[in-house]
Design a protein around this ligand. Structure first.
Ligand code: ATP
Length: 325
C-alpha cells in the first residue's frame, strides 16, 4: 500500500486532510492551497464581472428613463399602453445579458397591492395542471416578479415585470383606430376563436377574466395569435354565471370590432347572417352561454364560420388595414 503525504507546496508543512478535495489555507505559511488546476477564485471573478457589466452599461443611451429593480437596471424603451391601474412599458434589462420585458408601473393613486395580486393570478394560471396548459399558458402573460422599483429621481413605484413574447403588434383597440368601419368578419372569426381557447383554459383552471375589452386582446398578426392581458379583475371560482359573463363580454367585444367600436355595437353591416345570429345569441343569452361554455361557443362559431365562408383558410392579417372592404 502506498502512502500520500499532504504537504504544502510552498513551505512543506503538513496540510489538513481536507486538502485532498477542497481548497485549504496552510496552517504554517498561510498559502492558499488546492489540487484543482482550473480553479476560478470568487473575488477576482466578481471584480471581472463588475468591470464587464460597467462597460456594457456605459453603452446605453442616457436619454431614456431607467428603472432600478431588485438589483438590476431596466431601460424603459417605449410606453405601450396605459390602463386604469398602471402604465405599461417595453423595457430592456441593462448589462451583459440584456432581456426584453414588459414593465407595469402603478399610477400614483393606485391602491397598493393591485399589481402584486395580478401577479398571483398570472402565477396561478401558469401553474395550471391541465394538459393544454403548456400551450395555452403562453397566451396569458407570464409574471417574472412583482415588487417596488425606483424610477428616475428616486421615486418608488409598485411594479410588475412580465415576459415579453415577441411578435405581438398591439391591442385590438389600437387596431380599431385603423378600421373606423370595423374589421373584416373573417379576421373576427380567428380572433374570437383564439380568445375562446384561452377562456376555456382559464375557466377549466377555475378562473374568469372579467374584463374582456379590445384593450386586453393583444394581436400577433403573423401567427394569428391573441394574448389575453389585463387580469387584474380576474376571479377564482368559475361558476356558470361568471363563465357566461366572460363569454357575453367576448361577444360584445366582437360586435365592437365588427362595427368599428360604437358605444352600443351592432354586428357590422357586412357580417354574414350565421355569424350575426351567433353574436346576438352569445351577447344576450346568458343561460345559453352558461350551458355551452367556451368550448361549446367555439364549436358553434366554427359551424357559423363554415356556413358563412366555407372551409377555413389562412388570410394574412395586417392590423393597420384590417378594415372590411
Ligand atoms: N403584456 C403586455 N404586452 C404588451 N402590452 C401590454 C401588456 N399588458 C398590457 N399592455 C398594454 O397596456 C394597456 C394597459 O394594460 P392593462 O389594461 O393591463 O393595465 P391595468 O391598468 O393594469 O389594467 P386595467 O386597465 O384593466 O385595470 C393595455 O391596453 C395594452 O395595450
Amino acid at each position: 500500500m502506498s502512502f500520500t503525504a499532504l504537504t504544502c507546496p510552498q513551505c512543506g508543512a503538513a496540510l489538513p486532510r481536507q486538502a485532498s478535495w477542497r481548497m485549504v489555507i496552510c496552517p504554517y505559511c498561510s498559502a492558499t492551497v488546492t489540487r484543482n488546476k482550473s480553479l476560478v477564485q470568487a473575488a477576482p471573478l466578481r471584480e471581472a464581472a463588475a468591470r464587464v457589466r460597467a462597460q456594457a452599461l456605459a453603452g446605453y443611451p442616457s436619454t431614456l428613463p431607467v428603472l432600478r429593480w431588485q438589483g438590476q437596471r431596466y431601460q424603459l424603451l417605449k410606453r405601450v399602453g396605459i390602463g386604469e391601474h398602471a402604465e405599461v412599458h417595453l423595457a430592456e434589462r441593462m448589462g451583459l445579458f440584456p432581456e426584453r420585458v414588459i414593465v407595469k408601473l402603478a399610477h400614483a393613486g393606485t391602491k397598493p397591492g393591485v399589481l402584486a395580486a395580478e401577479a398571483e393570478i398570472l402565477r396561478a394560471l401558469q401553474a395550471s395542471t391541465l394538459a393544454e396548459a403548456a400551450y395555452l399558458s403562453q397566451r396569458v402573460p407570464q409574471a417574472i416578479a412583482s415588487g417596488v422599483g425606483e424610477t428616475a429621481g428616486g421615486n418608488e413605484r409598485e411594479g410588475l415585470l412580465l415576459r415579453h413574447p415577441s411578435g405581438y403588434w398591439g391591442s385590438l383597440a389600437q387596431a380599431l383606430r385603423y378600421a373606423a368601419t370595423g374589421i373584416d368578419p373573417r379576421h373576427a372569426v380567428w380572433i374570437w376563436r383564439r380568445v375562446l381557447e384561452v377562456l376555456a383554459f382559464a375557466h377549466d383552471s377555475g378562473w374568469t377574466h372579467g374584463d374582456l375589452r379590445p384593450e386586453h386582446w393583444l394581436v400577433h398578426p403573423r401567427d394569428h395569435g391573441v394574448l389575453l392581458v389585463g387580469w387584474s379583475h380576474a376571479m377564482p371560482g368559475a361558476d356558470g354565471a361568471a363563465i357566461a359573463r366572460d363569454l357575453r363580454q367576448s361577444a360584445w367585444t366582437l360586435r365592437a370590432l365588427l362595427c368599428g367600436g360604437d358605444a352600443l355595437p351592432t354586428c357590422g353591416r357586412s357580417t354574414p347572417s350565421p355569424l350575426v345570429a351567433l353574436l346576438q345569441r352569445s351577447s344576450e343569452d346568458a343561460a345559453w352561454c352558461a350551458e355551452v361554455g367556451a368550448r361549446g361557443l367555439d364549436q358553434a362559431l366554427v359551424a357559423a364560420a363554415r356556413a358563412a365562408f366555407g372551409p377555413p383558410k389562412f388570410i394574412p392579417f395586417n392590423p393597420t388595414s384590417a378594415t372590411c372592404r
